[in-house]
Design a protein. Structure first.
Length: 63
């Protein structure tokens, strides 16, 4: 892995096991899809509302 040194330094800085530093980052990388960048831009320009969970509020959800 090219970024192994980064995870090692992060784990040392945060004083935790390297796997605990890697797990959330690698999980999010696995969940990325091509539409994420478009959704982020829409939120940035106020075209999509964001809920506290970070997901788009649908029209059926109470506001």
């Amino acid at each position: 892995m090219d970024a192994d040194w980064l995870f090692t330094n992060l784990a040392r800085t945060l004083k935790l096991r390297k796997a605990l530093a890697q797990a959330p980052i690698l999980w999010e990388l696995c969940k990325l899809n091509p539409l994420d960048a478009l959704a982020d831009e829409a939120v940035k320009y106020g075209q999509r509302p964001v809920t506290t969970a970070g997901h788009r509020a649908s029209s059926t959800e109470p506001r």
